[in-house]
Design a binder for this molecule. Structure first.
Ligand code: ADP
Length: 274
């Protein structure tokens, strides 16, 4: 197996100046240090589907920012797909972020006046090429974006604008955008936070399908019900990794969706009868 993520001894401290330093006090007397991560070791291999859990304030966002190369740790090393990120220069850092990670956010973050297809093409347009890589032409970009939309089951919605799509479909577009560059892993931050139960199950079903096809997924969630669809759960508390378990009996989201739909239909019939 190939290691996609190798984090060793990751620490992140935030230093904050207290509002009004006292007269005569040494200049650093009023600096407050918050230890958001206190030495995290985390390894993930290609093909894993990992949930990151933990109560509010435990360090999930901080870890997510470091995983996503949006922030660097105060100490420790982070190899992403074999590249040492912590000491890389800003160009390399941006290249890794752009090419190695596919982001999926709670709020979809699609461009409103742009079609599904154009939204998915965007990362290819801004794609950072290695010195020895050719830039992608317009046709290649379009083909790749179409393929990604097909993979998420939206082949028939390519020309729709976000406002013409349901929340679940918008998140599918965002997932197509995340995979279009064939990243080392998908990093999803509360991906169903804005969706109802049915749509959440659809998205979990899609993640499970993509994972079965070999995609590596790291998902931050505070809901154990959602984490049960992944294959491994790590939990943070007070900036430390306190548990790391394999999910023995991974739930099947599409099966759960079918059951939910039946129940929903029965309930709808009944309320109609009233
Ligand atoms: P979570 O995502 O699990 O809620 P965070 O990573 O946001 O946790 O926060 C971890 C700790 O770091 C908290 O105590 C939080 O208050 C602190 N923290 C997060 N971001 C900052 C920041 N920019 N400046 C100072 N403290 C921060």
């Amino acid at each position: 197996m190939i290691s996609v993520i190798e984090m060793l001894g990751i620490k992140r401290e935030y230093r904050m100046e207290a509002s009004t330093p006292k007269a005569g006090a040494p200049s650093n007397a009023d600096t407050v240090v918050v230890h958001a991560l206190r030495g995290v070791d985390f390894f993930a291999e290609a093909g894993e589907f990992v949930s990151v859990m933990g109560p509010s304030g435990s360090g999930k966002s901080t870890l997510m920012n470091i995983l996503g190369c949006l922030d660097k740790p105060s100490a420790g090393t982070y190899f992403l797909d074999g590249i040492e990120t912590s000491s890389s220069d800003s160009d390399t850092f941006a290249y890794i972020r752009n090419r190695k990670i596919g982001f999926v956010f709670q709020s979809f973050n699609l461009l409103a006046r742009t079609t599904a297809l154009e939204n998915v093409e965007l990362p290819l347009f801004y794609r950072r090429a290695n010195k020895d890589e050719k830039k992608l032409g317009a046709r290649a970009r379009k083909e790749r974006a179409m393929q990604a939309l097909e993979e998420v089951g939206l082949a028939n919605r390519m020309d729709h604008f976000p406002s013409q799509l349901s929340g679940g479909q918008q998140q599918r577009v965002a997932i197509a955008r995340a995979i279009v560059n064939d990243p080392a892993f998908i990093l999803a931050d509360e991906p169903t936070g804005n969706l109802d139960t049915g749509m959440s199950l659809e998205i979990m079903g899609l993640f499970q399908q993509l994972n079965k096809r070999g995609k590596t997924i790291i998902m931050v969630t505070h809901e154990l019900e959602l984490a049960a669809y992944s294959r491994r759960i790590i939990a943070l508390r007070d900036g430390k990794l306190v548990s790391d378990i394999n999910v023995e009996d991974q739930r099947d989201a599409l099966k759960d969706l079918a059951v939910w739909k039946k129940k929903h239909a029965r309930l709808a019939e009944k309320t109609h009868e009233l």
